[in-house]
Design a protein around this ligand. Structure first.
Ligand SMILES: Cc1ncc(COP(=O)(O)O)c(C=O)c1O
Length: 376
């Protein structure tokens, strides 16, 4: 199959770029002596997971139980479900563990920890739990100095049913720091807060083996990783315009794009219409903080190599994207039926709108279809 045969809009993935992105991160983490546990919430694909864990020990991170079950079914045996656990999900996590998967999950909540132990004793289940630490994003997690940290750690130190696996934090606030130096400051905050939380737990006589950190910006810009055992970046596998805006990748490092067709011209309004609206691109504005005019994505020529002028998708309805070109533009340049590629603001969100990747390399052949895991 050729790119020209695809029904648009279609999600396109350049395997060569994914291989380069994953190899670079693997090499960087290896050089810093820290394990890489790639977050597969971005790619949600077993083929990308295999590339991301090449030359590594194979542990991965996921953001849904559906992903955990999907990757386990494809042979992954060390899975961190990095979202706060609730009692209604105990059984699913226990089922994976009973199948021989090393599952770690999170909590920052004492009542949940107590309910988990009661459940584990009742069902003779086994859980390994990481305490979520707030490393500065203020999304979730306990402050490393919180008095209740030790009480929570103690409640999770209940072998054989419940074991404290360690501490975990995610410096999501690194997305608001531009440039390597500013991001390195956030990375050090992330590292220091996890090391401090682990030290407090260990000073209370409780083992705290894992210190799991990471976001793509902190993995790429951190200068110290001592005291940490692993990093969990995810979006680096595909990259996107938000990462480009942070200065973390070039446009040619963005592995994912949406192939779209020109479906009309509105010379009065001054825009070209494409068949990629917010159902294909999302309404995510993640790249707006640090990029100038980016709209819903950069417009590239069909092969995805170069931008067409400085065009962007300025507006998006459900199945219509509007590219402002001006009333006096040369509309023949983008005739109805012509194809363009849109680079996404936020790869995780845009990819999630599609069921599969159409995998290309340097040519225009579609070499494979890689299914994505959806749902929760
Ligand atoms: C808990 C957790 N760990 C790791 C990541 C991966 O970070 P990034 O998307 O910056 O690669 C995320 C992303 O949201 C996350 O929520």
């Amino acid at each position: 199959m050729n790119l020209a045969d695809l029904r648009t809009p279609a999600l396109v993935l350049d395997r060569t770029v994914v291989m380069r992105n994953t190899a670079q991160m693997t090499a960087r983490m290896k050089a810093h002596g820290v394990r890489l546990r790639p977050h597969l919430k971005t790619a949600k694909s077993v083929e990308v997971a295999r590339l991301a864990t090449l030359g590594n020990f194979g542990g991965i991170t996921v953001s849904t139980l559906a992903e955990a079950e999907y990757f386990a079914a494809h042979g992954f045996r060390d899975i961190c479900y990095a979202v706060g656990l609730v009692p209604a999900k105990f059984a699913a996590a226990a089922r994976l563990a009973a199948e021989g998967v090393r599952v770690t999950t999170l909590t920052d909540d004492l009542a949940t920890a107590e309910a988990l132990l009661a459940y584990a004793r009742q069902h003779d289940a086994r859980f390994a739990i990481l305490i979520e630490i707030d490393t500065g994003q203020h999304r979730a997690g306990l402050d490393p100095e919180a008095p209740e940290l030790i009480e929570l750690a103690r409640s999770l130190d209940a072998p054989p049913h419940v074991r404290l696996a360690g501490v975990l934090g995610h410096a999501g606030h690194s997305y608001h720091a531009k440039g390597a130096a500013a991001i390195a400051v956030v990375a050090e905050e992330e590292r220091a807060k996890l090391v401090r939380a682990a030290a407090r737990i260990e000073a209370a006589g409780i083992a705290c083996p894992e210190r799991s950190a990471g976001a793509t910006p902190t993995a790429l810009c951190g200068t110290r990783f001592d005291g940490l055992t692993e990093m969990r970046p995810g979006v680096y596998t595909l990259f996107d315009l938000a990462q480009h805006g942070l200065g973390l990748c070039r446009l040619e490092d963005i592995a994912v794009s949406v192939l779209a067709s020109v479906i009309g011209h509105n010379r009065t309004a001054g825009h070209v219409l494409i068949d990629a609206g917010f159902m294909a691109l999302t309404r995510d504005f993640g790249a707006h903080e640090f990029l100038g005019e980016v709209g819903y994505g950069f417009v590239m020529e069909e092969r995805g190599r170069a931008r067409i002028d400085m065009l962007v998708v300025n507006d998006a309805n459900q199945e219509h994207g509007m590219i402002r070109v001006g009333t006096n533009a040369d509309y023949a340049r983008l005739p109805v039926g012509a194809r363009v590629r849109i680079l996404p603001n936020h790869a995780c969100a845009t990819a999630a709108m599609h069921a599969r990747y159409h995998v290309v390399e340097a040519d225009e052949q579609v070499h494979a279809l890689w299914e994505r895991c959806g749902g929760w």
